[in-house]
Each structure stands twice: as C-alpha cells, then as structure tokens.
Design a binder for this molecule. Structure first.
Ligand SMILES: O=C1O[C@H](COP(=O)(O)O)[C@@H](O)[C@H](O)[C@H]1O
Length: 259
C-alpha cells in the first residue's frame, strides 16, 4: 500500500462534497480524452452521500451523462426496487436526476430478475456484461474503469469481499456470488479484488472512528485476506478519502495536512 495517497477532510459531509467535485473533474477529463467515462459505484453511507452531493453540485452538468458507463462494485441480492439495493439508492441519489443512457447503466441483476433467486447466475451474467465491454487494450475480461469507488467496512471489507471469505481467495472469476455475509443482507453479488484492480483509480472513501482501525491496518501492510481493503488498489492511483475520525489511527507518515 506504499503508493496510496491519503486525503483527510474535516468531516463526512465535506468529504462527500469534495469527492463529488473530484469525480466530476475525473469524468470530464476522461470524456475529453476518450469520449466517454466509466465509473464503478459503491453502496453504503459514504458512497450514497457522494452521489447526493454530485446531484446538488452545479458542475454535474459539465459531464455528458449520455457518455458515461456506470457499474457497481457490489449489490445486495434483493428484489428490484428494494430500498436496501445499492442500485435503488444510487438511482434516488443521482441517476434519476441526470440524463444517463439506460443502456450504459450496468446493474447487477436483482433476486426477482431474469435469473430468479440465483445469485451465482446473476454474478455470471454480470461477468458476461463486463467481458462484452472489455476492449482488446484492456487485456482481459474486465474494462479498464476510470474510477472505482469503494466504501470500507469496519472489518475491512470492500464491495462485498469480506475478510477470509471465499470471495477474497477468488482468482479466476471476475464477479462472484457471496453468501453468508456477516453484514446484512446475507446474499450479495460482488466484483472480485482482481476486477477492482482493473480500475485506473480506486478511491476508498470512509468516515467515522469505527473505521479507523481497518483504515490504519490497510495502509500499514495487513494482507488482503485479513483485510480486503488492502487489496483494493488502482493501476495508476489508490486514493483514500477519509474524515478526521476514520484517519485517527493512520500513522503520521501518511497524513497530509487537513484538506
Ligand atoms: O454493504 C455495504 O457496505 C459497504 C460500506 O458501507 P458504509 O455504509 O459503511 O459506508 C459498501 O461499500 C458496500 O458497497 C455495501 O454493499
């Protein structure tokens, strides 16, 4: 994790506002360079707050939303429209308010979707979606995302890859079904860490003292099996966006002045 960058904000609200502004810039730059942008969304409180801030930010209209591919890092395997689905929360926070191209909003199937209550089939279908969008220059079955947004759990999970779970050992598949999650709901679909690592930039965003130990451990050499967040790295950049409480156990070496 030595190449990780840490940015500490005064509180969670400022973190979400600053991350939203940062995301606008990143998407506009990607569109200027390549014509389109691709972002992996995360669920959770911080991830949703970032989308809410993005929706309120006047600069959101600098993005050509019809040329954005949106993916999810994980999904809670629940019926379509369920309030706990990451998709439902992202739509309410942002996607229902901007002119996205529905064909470029790549959702993970719900538990009442075309595969029914079969998370393995939903995971396999999402792997097919990723593979269909990968270009030769991506060198594999996953597109090179511009940004992958991630929350971080108290025990160090990212997406729905939990410590010492089968998902953290997965080396072949790009997307997996996750069962018996320690955090409800118990059944989920998730990108694997190797898929997360296809992103140019990975932004790990979290707040609160309850996350402080996991953040510090991830930054100081704990392995990804014990702490999946440690294995969430970007090809070009790994950025930790923290509030002061989540950063409270980070060694001074990593801590820049307060942003
Ligand atoms: O369940 C989940 O939790 C994590 C972290 O959520 P937070 O509320 O503690 O920020 C999130 O990253 C993940 O996408 C989600 O499914």
């Amino acid at each position: 994790m030595s190449n990780a960058q840490v940015v500490v904000h005064r509180d969670g609200d400022l973190l979400a506002a600053a991350a939203a502004a940062r995301l606008v810039t990143r998407m506009v730059d990607a569109q200027a360079a390549r014509g389109s942008a691709s972002v992996v969304l995360t669920g959770g409180r911080t991830g949703t707050a970032v989308l809410e801030h993005l929706n309120r930010n006047g600069a959101r209209d600098a993005v050509d939303w019809s040329r954005v591919d949106l993916f999810w890092g994980d999904e809670r395997f629940l019926p379509s429209g369920h309030p706990e689905r990451n998709e439902t929360q992202a739509r309410a926070a942002l996607l229902d308010h901007v002119p996205v191209d529905p064909a470029r909003v790549h959702v993970m199937e719900p538990s009442d979707g075309k595969f029914g209550d079969d998370p393995e089939a939903a995971a396999s279908a999402y792997a097919d979606v990723l593979a269909s969008l990968a270009r030769p220059e991506d060198h594999g079955d996953v597109p090179t995302f511009d940004v992958c947004l991630l929350g971080v759990g108290e025990e160090g999970h990212v997406a729905s890859v939990f410590p010492a779970s089968p998902a953290v050992y997965e080396k072949e598949r790009t997307v997996v079904a996750v069962r018996n999650c320690p955090k409800p709901p118990p059944t989920r679909v998730s990108l694997t860490l190797s898929s997360v690592r296809r992103a140019q930039e990975v932004w790990l965003m979290t707040t609160g003292e309850a996350k402080a130990a996991a953040v510090a451990m991830a930054l100081t050499g704990t392995g990804e099996v014990q702490l999946p967040a440690a294995g969430a790295t970007g090809r070009r950049r790994t950025l930790w966006l923290l509030d002061t409480a989540a950063a409270s156990k980070v060694p001074a070496l990593f801590k820049p002045p307060l942003a």
